[in-house]
Design a protein around this ligand. Structure first.
Ligand code: CAA
Length: 377
């Protein structure tokens, strides 16, 4: 076993750390406060190759791989978890879905522009009445001549308001689901409500509205009638990105807590000298380390071409997100009253962490996926 990054992975992660410190961290609190998307940073990340990390060079990607991607997600999330989720959606949910399920024509048309950041993509699966159970979706695709007409409303779509490209999941009138790939100027498509969120406020989350939206037959992504499979297989990779986000948020909360506990003096000495604090910090550091090890293991499984890592990515996302919950909770506690104030970064980290236990499958869904796998059900 080799626990070292190779030179390319190390360079990609180090450069991500520098970018996060120089370009994301200084603006993060303001973007959070104003609920503004840092589109400029996302575009720059595209130019640097971070929006096409698993896309082969022949389709315009930087092909840095899943391990480098996971490490970059940690670094971006330490500075601005809202920008980081935009990176995750583009790499894991949009590019990977097109790469694995797209036709050659779709790959050539979409991947170069997505990998360079010229286009931003989104993955529109959830609906008001279909969250954990996407199979119950109501958005329909009806055959119309040699194409399709889509009707329905998706919600909670990350990157929705900034997306140039949309992957949308629909049901057929009869049965089965299909994924479709479309551009934002498709007739009958519009962006609906922009959500006002608790955390990751520098990301865009919107409704996506399809009203008689006409698409040609070659807009189908993957096998017709097998859209759910496209969604669920793609989410296996997506959960690596969200776990990276959780690890980054937790690591930032740990860093803030280490610094603050050495500076804050109570009862005549820095609070880091109290055993009760030391035990909290030790538990936080151990939690982060364990999740990070698991993160790179599952990313390595993806890089090494393993066909299914459904159980492992569910375990990873479950552990990393709940770990980040524990760590952020302790970080606010260590900061005391200051941790409750917006002047301190842990307040934002605490809010940003919460969604990692919910999107790309709640913790309850991850437990269901794991149980189904280990029971052979
Ligand atoms: N890889 C490949 N294929 C898979 C798969 C996987 N991981 N999981 C399921 N499939 C296949 C199945 O074999 C099946 O194929 P066939 O039709 O050929 O038999 C098909 O996909 C349907 O699978 P299931 O019958 O298992 O589907 P289900 O309805 O029982 O799934 C579930 C249950 C696992 C709970 C699933 O619904 C699930 O994961 N729910 C959570 C949804 C979710 O994560 N939503 C996130 C929204 S996107 C998001 O959050 C993005 C964002 O904002 C950042």
């Amino acid at each position: 076993m080799d626990f070292q990054f190779n030179d390319e992975q190390r360079m990609a992660i180090d450069a991500a750390r520098r970018f996060a410190a120089e370009k994301l961290a200084p603006a993060a609190a303001e973007h959070d406060e104003k609920a503004e998307v840092n589109l400029k940073a996302l575009k720059e990340l595209g130019e640097l190759g971070y929006l096409g990390m698993t896309v082969p060079e022949e389709y315009g990607g930087s092909d840095m791989g899943a391990v480098a991607y996971a490490g970059a997600m940690v670094e971006f999330s330490k500075a601005d978890a809202g920008v980081a989720v935009g990176v995750s959606v583009q790499n894991s949910l949009v590019n990977d879905a097109i790469l694995h399920f797209g036709t050659e024509k779709q790959k050539k048309e979409y991947l170069p522009k997505l990998a360079s950041g010229e286009w931003i993509g989104c993955f529109s699966l959830t609906e008001a009445g279909a969250g954990s159970d996407p199979a119950s979706m109501k958005t329909t695709a009806l055959r119309d001549g040699d194409g399709f007409v889509l009707n329905g409303t998706k919600n909670f779509t990350t990157n929705g308001g900034i997306a140039d490209v949309i992957i949308v999941f629909t049901r057929y009138a009869e049965k089965g689901n299909s994924a479709f790939l479309l551009k934002k100027d498709a007739s009958g498509f519009s962006v609906g409500k922009h959500e006002n969120k608790m955390g990751i406020r520098s990301s865009s989350t919107t409704e996506m509205v399809f009203t008689g939206c006409r698409l040609p037959s070659d807009a189908v992504l993957g096998e017709e009638g097998k859209g759910l499979k496209v969604a669920l297989a793609t989410l296996d990779g997506g959960r690596i990105g969200i776990a990276g986000q959780a690890v980054g948020i937790a690591e930032a909360a740990l860093d803030e807590s280490l610094r603050y506990s050495k500076e804050r003096v109570q009862f005549g000495k820095p609070i880091s000298e109290f055993e009760v604090l030391q035990f909290m910090l030790a538990d936080m550091a151990t939690d982060v380390e364990l999740a990070k090890t698991m993160l790179f293991k599952v990313a390595w499984m993806k890089d090494s071409g393993q066909k299914r890592f459904t159980k492992e990515s569910a375990m990873l996302k479950l552990f990393a997100s709940e770990m980040a919950h524990r760590v952020c909770h302790k970080a606010v506690q260590i900061h005391g009253g200051y941790g409750f104030m917006k002047d301190y970064k842990v307040e934002r980290l605490y809010r940003d962490q919460r969604i990692t236990e919910i999107y790309e499958g709640t913790s309850e869904i991850q437990r269901f996926v794991i149980a189904r796998s280990i029971l052979g059900a």
